[in-house]
Design a binder for this molecule. Structure first.
Ligand code: UD1
Length: 433
């Protein structure tokens, strides 16, 4: 049982980060990148598909993992987290419900819908409400599961889903959806017959989930870049799996190196997963070179060149790196335009960056950044996960003290980022307000 959360997962509600930075501050040294939050969450959900034990290694100790384990234990599973190794066993369930409280804390709770339905024939998952980065509907998850034979209704704010054994079918997603693809892969794995999923999201985390499912006995093959063929099996078994490195944490440290004209060696990364970010960094005047197979060295140049960037599904530039890259572009002399195509209202960091001295104007789905502007420390509020990372980065080069509140957003997806940054020479501390 996960009786109590490890210290690194216990996060007080009133904590703040204080960063003391300045324009001449440089980050130097070596940092190890953790396992991917967005890979481990579906991997934990996949444990619902089997009565046998699943072992996951390289698990990042972030708040969302803790939330997911609370959810699995609430359903009746047994979880043990020792260091970065997690074992999960769901012999049976005593509940089929993901409450609004949990779904509100972490939207990825929706990932239990497909597995619960496929193995137990029933699931109740609270409908995620609006959140800080746009409305984020789940209609494609629902329509896909209906195509596999589920009967789904919305009652009292919950998705109520029922099914006998799911049946294979052909599903073409109207839009690429990461967790939608993951839910359908998991559901189809136990369906009767063959399912073809078209227009799938192919983020590395989706590929990693399919690899885990295949180790558990699923029969998933990628027919082409975004089409999966899933031959359903009656039952899945236990497996052991290493979670892939977090490409967004990788990108965040790469930008940190570029921003501070630093020199950082990142360990335990998959460089190919960060290709779009590396390409933009190089174009902006930063050197990013592989060091061995799982290392990357970033050396920031003295000048940053403006860039136009449009977010898009993988392998395009990730929306989860938009806020962090925006900070770098505040230091580029000239105009840069960031176009956000994945989520509406994903510019909540702009107002906070402006408080630090940035010149950024939002025009619809575009943020127009005028550089180069010196930044100066101030009190700012973290509004969502990646927005908070951008504020930490800005604090590194802002003169004086930057105090970031509501950092529970940051802790959802970064494993004690302040410790890693301190290891690179930053002056950053967590205080209890
Ligand atoms: C996942 C990631 C998140 C990342 C996002 C986009 C996890 C746990 N989270 O979120 O970090 O920012 O991918 O890369 O992996 N959409 C619909 N209907 C649906 C589902 C999605 O219209 O049923 C839309 C969304 O509103 C959005 C787009 O599709 O505009 C992509 O969203 P999606 O890929 O589903 O994001 P998440 O899986 O929630």
């Amino acid at each position: 049982m996960l009786n109590s959360a490890p210290a690194s997962l216990t996060i007080g509600p009133m904590e703040k980060l204080v960063v003391r930075g300045g324009p001449d501050f440089r980050l130097t040294g070596r940092v190890r990148v953790s396992g991917a939050k967005n890979a481990v969450l579906p991997a934990i959900s996949a444990c619902l598909l089997t009565a046998e034990e699943v072992r996951l290694d390289n698990v990042p100790l972030v708040k969302d993992v803790h939330t997911m384990l609370t959810l699995i234990e609430g359903l009746g599973g047994t979880c043990r987290l020792e260091g970065n190794t997690l074992t999960v066993r769901v012999a049976d369930i005593r509940s089929d419900e993901a409450s609004y409280e949990l779904v509100r804390a972490m939207r990825a709770s929706i990932l239990v819908l497909g597995p619960l339905l496929a193995r137990f024939g029933r699931a109740v998952v609270a409908l995620p409400g609006g959140c800080a980065i746009g409305s984020r509907p789940v209609d494609l998850h629902i329509a896909g599961l209906q195509k596999l034979g589920a009967s789904i209704s919305l009652e009292h704010g919950n998705i109520q889903a029922r099914a006998g054994r799911l049946r294979g079918g052909v599903i073409e997603f109207d839009k690429k959806t990461v967790t939608g693809t993951e839910n359908l892969l998991m559901a189809a794995a136990l369906a009767k017959g063959e399912t073809v999923l078209k227009n799938c999201a192919r983020e590395p985390e989706v590929t990693d989930l399919a690899a885990l499912l295949n180790k558990m006995g699923a029969r998933i093959e990628w027919v082409d870049e975004d089409t999966a063929r899933v031959r359903g099996v009656k039952a899945l078994g236990g497996a052991a799996h290493d979670i892939i490195p977090d490409r967004i944490e990788t990108g965040t440290f790469l930008v940190a190196g570029a921003l501070t004209a630093g020199d950082i060696l990142l360990d335990e990364v998959v460089p190919a997963h960060a290709a779009a970010v590396i390409e933009k960094l190089r174009a902006s005047g930063t050197s990013v070179e592989p060091e061995g197979e799982r290392g990357l060295r970033v050396v920031g140049g003295p000048d940053v060149k403006p860039q136009d960037i449009t977010t898009s599904p993988y392998p395009g530039f990730p929306t989860d790196m938009q806020a962090q890259f925006m900070v770098l572009l505040t230091q580029a002399p000239g105009t840069s335009i960031l176009t956000e195509t994945i989520f509406d209202r994903r510019f909540s960091h702009v107002n906070e960056l402006v408080r630090l001295g940035a010149a950024i104007e939002v025009q619809g789905d575009k943020a127009v950044v005028k550089g180069k502007t010196p930044l100066s420390g101030a009190e700012v509020v973290a509004t969502d996960l990646r927005a908070s990372a951008s504020l930490v980065l800005a604090g590194l080069i802002a003169a004086g003290e930057t105090v970031i509140s509501e950092i529970e957003h940051l802790d959802r997806g970064y494993e004690r980022i302040e410790n890693k940054l301190r290891g690179l020479g930053a002056s950053i501390e967590r205080i209890t307000a």
